[in-house]
Each structure stands twice: as C-alpha cells, then as structure tokens.
Design a protein around this ligand. Sequence first.
Ligand SMILES: [Zn+2]
Ligand SMILES: [Zn+2]
Length: 145
Amino acid sequence: MRPTSSRVAVLHLFHEFPHEHMTADQVFRRVPPETEQCSLASVYRALAQLLDAGLITSAWIGEQRVVYELNRGTRHSHLVCSDCGTICDIDDNALESQHAAIAAAREFRYASASLVIFGRCAQCEASLDSAVRRAGAPHGVDRRA
Ligand SMILES: [Zn+2]
Ligand SMILES: [Zn+2]
C-alpha cells in the first residue's frame, strides 16, 4: 500500500474531527506516523495548500497561536479561555452583518473578519472560586457581602 501524502492525511484528520481547532503542532502529533514525509514542515505545507484550496480555515487566537479547522462553509468568530485555552465557535449572524456594515460605512467591500473574544470559561471560573475559598477570603470581603 502506498503511503498517504501528508495533504491527504491532514485533510482526513480535519474531517474526522470537524468541530476541533488544532494548531499545526497538534495536527502534526495526530497525523498517522506512516504518512509520507511526515514532518512538521510537511504539515505546514499541507495546511497552506488546504487553506489555499478553501478546505480549511485558520484563526489567530492570541499570542503566537494560530489554529486550523475544517471549513464548514460558515464564517464565525471565536471565544477563547485565557486560562485553559478552550476555544468556542461563535456563530452569530448579527455579528457578521455588523462587520459588513462597519466596512461598508467606510466604503470597504467586506471580505472577512477575525474577531477573538478572551475571557475565562465557566469551569476555570469555578475552580478559581473554590481555590479562593480554600485559601480563605481576604479580610473584610465576607462581612461586607
Ligand atoms: Zn478555561
Ligand atoms: Zn472555529
């Protein structure tokens, strides 16, 4: 059996996990080892080709992190937890039309937007709360409440 090309293997991975966001490094670690010329450089090349072909999309999610995901045909923004790195898709048509309106108001033809909202997810917020409680609330806080 001929080994699969890295492009095919990478695309297959995105189809297998159609709702996951993966960095190039995560893609590289999940591509089957029998893939032809399996290296981080070939994964980057494959990602660039798949982006060009419109089969996947990429998003900047803060610092030096870029994630890739299957192009599901709808534009969306991202909500990122700055503690654990969880990424949520925001499919909000009102937001999309607002981007277009902002562009149109300045006589730009709208092409795309890259919006990332940072925050702390419910799980991280809950574990932070219990950590604070374990450590004992700061003086005065309890009495004022
Ligand atoms: Zn979190
Ligand atoms: Zn996404």
